[in-house]
Design a protein around this ligand. Structure first.
Ligand code: AMP
Length: 274
């Protein structure tokens, strides 16, 4: 049971680590976490350089959450020089939605590469990923299913709920980089998602999402309602209000120079925000 992370662990990660512990016990397997700031998934080297790192603290948190093994490899362990570490074939959800795939070119190829390597290096049978990175969760799930034949078995992908600050801001290692003013503005992202999630009508939900972000002065890269699994549009109009058609509201925005993403469920107003 694996929890892949880039470290700088916070309460959101802790909840994934505890979930991994419980799921590992149910299956009778060890629980491991990886701490690896993967250079191949950053499209700006300044972003990679400024990513917060504190392995000693991360190891203590893992221990407190009952994790058996912390795997914090050097880059040359993940990508041994002279070996070919091809990027796996990307699933459609990593290339077609026009969301993270468009705004962070190269990100999902890097994510698929490192996740696939970590699955193999750790011989994982299951892995926990956060709903906070919704598109990533769908990408990893689709990749794992596609690799079932190659690997000889499926690495089961277990989703973990997003943990939030008291004002609703999704916890993120990047929140540490927000100025006090930007931190207040950032609360507008979850506020906009929650208000929109209560709207019954698809177009109104998207309208309320955009309006609320504007009211907070947030200029979003995207603020959309999509099919929860494929992340494609359009969501057919007949889906408004109908149960059993999972959709997702997703936002990415730069606040005070820090790029933040968040999402929540939408079922024509029937779904509770997560
Ligand atoms: P990262 O270290 O940012 O790559 O994230 C490692 C894992 O933690 C990913 O599966 C994320 O989706 C998940 N994660 C990040 N933030 C949160 C959060 N606020 N709540 C729950 N899981 C999270």
């Amino acid at each position: 049971m694996l929890v892949p992370t880039m470290g700088s662990l916070h309460a959101g990660h802790e909840s994934l680590l505890r979930l991994a512990r419980r799921e590992a016990d149910r299956r009778g397997v060890p629980a491991a976490a990886t701490v690896f700031v993967n250079p191949t998934q950053f499209n700006e080297s300044a972003d990679f350089d400024s990513y917060p790192r504190d392995l000693d603290r991360d190891a203590l948190i893992c221990e407190r959450c009952g994790i058996d093994v912390v795997f914090a490899p050097a880059p040359e362990v993940v990508y041994p020089p002279g070996e070919d570490h091809a990027v796996p074939v990307l699933p459609d959800v990593a290339t077609r939605p026009g969301l993270e795939d468009t705004f962070r070119p190269g990100h999902f190829p890097g994510v698929c590469q490192v996740v696939s390597r970590c699955f193999d290096l750790c011989d994982a049978s299951a892995a926990v990923f956060g709903e906070k990175d919704w598109q990533q969760l769908q990408v990893v799930r689709a990749m794992s299913e596609a690799q079932r034949g190659v690997r000889g078995r499926l690495v089961e992908i277990i989703p973990g709920e997003t943990v939030r600050e008291p004002d609703g801001l999704a916890m993120s290692s990047r929140n540490l980089l927000l100025s006090p003013e930007a931190r207040v503005e950032a609360g507008g992202i979850s506020e906009a998602l929650f208000v929109a999630a209560r709207e019954q009508d698809r177009d109104r939900a998207q309208g309320v999402l955009a309006d609320t972000l504007l009211r907070f002065g947030i200029d979003a890269e995207y603020a959309v309602l999509r099919d929860a699994r494929t992340l494609l549009e359009p969501v057919p109009r007949s889906h408004t209000g109908g149960p059993g058609v999972p959709c997702r509201l997703l936002v990415a925005a730069r606040v005070g120079g820090v790029r933040l993403i968040d999402n929540t469920g939408w079922r024509g107003g029937a779904a509770e925000p997560t």
